[in-house]
Design a protein around this ligand. Structure first.
Ligand code: CP
Length: 338
């Protein structure tokens, strides 16, 4: 794909070479993300950040990524703080905000809404999650994390064995990740969910058509016993009609250290897009896994900054200039632990 000026709305836009390019640029962003070096390549540029659903990681890491490239961030969160609450259309909001910004990132609860917004935008729009549909930057950072974690074990992405666990119906991160895995070879996917929260059939069909092995189960111990990655997800309570309905499924697939020790192969990597639901009736990834070195969830979140720096640099066509405007930092935060 030609990244320059492109909206990033869906994983379907990417070819395998594009993924490799994003990862290569993400690797090169490490000195800036770690605050060892400073670049001012996007000095004077403005990111418009609009999140109409709650977010910690995606919103802040998009903002950090833009700041680390030297740009400024202007943001609005929640419908109640925007003129959408006064009946303004996505079209008009896009026309106005794209006049103020050089690039926009957006999260919205309705599937397809970010693409609708992008049609009226005068600048590139990056999808930060649209309803139960897609979360492309999350899928990229998930696969980047998988690549890094497996590389340290001498493995690549082709031949990956992964269990996806939890709410696979409404979990947009697993939808995007499955679409991304279509670009790779010989993937074994085990889908673990209640039947009511199963992965959409269209995505299962696409994976099988790509030659991947897909099995569907409700048996957590069996599903995690021969995989490289156990990827857990939260019950997406905000997509249910009521909390009571979400409660039916909450806590159905809990992974803790005892289960890990009993069933997983040594060095099975545990991932989760976060937030994990740590309330007692959910607790899909127990806190007793926090000392497990194969718990990659915080490395995964850290990788989000690298991937989002890469996406901004590619879309705004400044990759070659990032390092030209680089200098060493005048300070180093020695109190920051890995
Ligand atoms: N993974 C993710 O999308 O997290 P946030 O909802 O905190 O952005």
């Amino acid at each position: 794909m030609n990244f320059t000026g492109s909206h990033i709305l869906s994983i379907k836009q990417f070819e395998r070479a594009d993924i490799e390019r994003v990862f290569e640029v993400a690797d090169s962003m490490a000195p800036y993300a770690l605050r060892r070096k400073v670049t001012r390549v996007l000095e004077g540029a403005i990111l418009g950040s609009m999140f109409f659903e709650p977010s910690t990681r995606t919103r802040i890491s998009f903002g950090c990524a833009f700041n680390l490239l030297g740009g400024e961030v202007r943001e609005t969160t929640g419908f109640e703080n925007s003129a959408l609450a006064k009946g303004e259309s996505l079209h008009d909001t896009a026309r106005v905000l794209s006049g103020f910004s050089d690039v926009i990132c957006m999260r919205h609860p309705k599937s397809g809404s970010v693409a609708e917004f992008a049609q009226a935008s005068r600048v590139p729009v990056l999808n930060g999650g649209d309803g139960a549909n897609e979360h492309p930057s999350q899928a990229l950072l998930d696969l980047y994390t998988i690549r890094k974690e497996l590389a340290s074990k001498g493995r690549g992405i082709d031949g990956l064995r992964i269990a996806m666990i939890g709410d696979l119906r409404y979990g947009r991160t697993v939808h995007s990740l499955c679409k991304l895995l279509l670009l790779f070879n010989n993937i074994q996917v085990i889908l673990v969910s209640p039947p009511e929260l199963a992965m959409p059939e269209s995505i299962v069909e696409q994976m099988r058509a790509a030659g991947h092995s897909v099995s569907i189960t409700e048996d957590l111990p069996q599903s995690i016993s021969h995989v490289d990655i156990a990827y857990s997800t939260r019950i997406q309570e905000e997509r249910f009609d009521s909390q009571e309905e979400a409660d039916i499924y909450r806590g159905r697939f809990r992974l803790n250290q005892a289960i890990y020790t009993q069933y997983c192969e040594p060095n099975t990597v545990i991932m989760h897009p976060l937030p994990r639901d740590s309330r007692a009736n959910a607790n899909e990834l127990d806190n007793d896994l926090n000392q497990n070195p194969n718990l990659a969830i915080f490395r995964q979140a850290d990788n989000g900054v690298l991937i989002r720096m890469a996406l901004f640099s590619l879309v705004l066509d400044v990759v070659d200039q990032v390092h030209k405007s680089a200098r060493d930092v005048n300070w180093y935060n020695s109190l920051r632990t890995p």
